[in-house]
Design a protein around this ligand. Structure first.
Ligand SMILES: O=C(CO)COP(=O)(O)O
Length: 245
């Protein structure tokens, strides 16, 4: 399966900065083996749609759980689709933590995305205390199960252990594979043979120098990258590192 390198800018870059980033990428980017896609702040999506190099996909970081109507401040999946958005991150740990998103809300968002032809990237992963108790596998699988309630197979899963996000502490490639394999097993139970075609990403302090070993693992099909997505040089480094993967 082709690796997906999903770049989560989080709340960084104005539309002008996004334009400069896209211009620099266009100048230097050579399509490699990985599929590249930018998970952009909503206000930068139109700019990126007009300025990203061919072959680089477009994503959003959140979507409403509702179709349309009186939900002030929300952005619907239909609006994202109309801008050419292919992916949307749902259930990122920062949204679960700071915005109280439950598994049920995450599943509702994923379903809205799919109903509009946008592929949800459903995020799951444990905090440090859960890992220290050795409960990271059952915890993550339960979160996954709730977050996929009623969600179809056109989905990407991102395993992001919260303790590895923005901390410089990367899970080892073996840690990533342990969870990716467990997630694959849960997907098989839910979706049968189609589970083999679902990408499972790892996220948490991924950089040019560790991405290849993590993505070389059999059940890891790419990465969801925060900090290292902001500089074009790092993105090119990760893209290159995946050339032979
Ligand atoms: O949360 C992440 C991507 O969604 C990971 O962030 P960092 O790559 O900055 O650790």
């Amino acid at each position: 399966m082709r690796n997906l390198l999903a770049l989560n800018w989080k709340m960084n870059k104005t539309p002008s900065e996004a334009r400069s980033w896209a211009a620099e990428l266009t100048e230097r980017y050579e399509e490699g083996n990985a599929e590249l896609a930018v998970m952009a702040p909503a206000v930068t999506i139109s700019t990126l749609a007009a300025n990203l190099p061919a072959g680089v996909g477009l994503g959003a970081q959140d979507v409403s759980a509702y179709e349309s109507g009186a939900y002030t401040g929300e952005i619907s999946a239909g609006m994202l689709a109309d801008l050419g958005v292919q992916y949307v991150v749902v259930g990122h740990s920062e949204r679960r933590d700071y915005h109280g998103e439950t598994d049920a809300v995450v599943a509702a968002k994923a379903k809205q995305a799919q109903a509009n032809g946008v592929v949800p990237i459903v995020c799951v992963g444990e905090k440090l205390d859960v890992r220290e108790k050795g409960e990271h596998v059952p915890f993550t699988l339960e979160q996954l199960s709730g977050s996929l309630e009623g969600v179809g197979t056109d989905v990407v899963i991102a395993y992001e252990p919260v303790w590895a996000i923005g901390t410089g502490k990367t899970a080892t490639a073996d840690d990533a594979e342990e969870l990716a394999a467990a997630i694959r097993g849960a997907l098989e139970q839910r979706y049968g043979k189609k589970a083999a075609d679902i990408r499972i990403l790892y996220g948490g302090s991924v950089k040019p120098d560790n991405i290849a070993s993590i993505c070389a693992k059999p059940n890891v099909n790419g990465a969801l990258v925060g900090g290292a997505s902001l500089k074009v040089a790092d993105v090119l480094g990760m893209n290159d590192a995946l050339k032979d993967a």
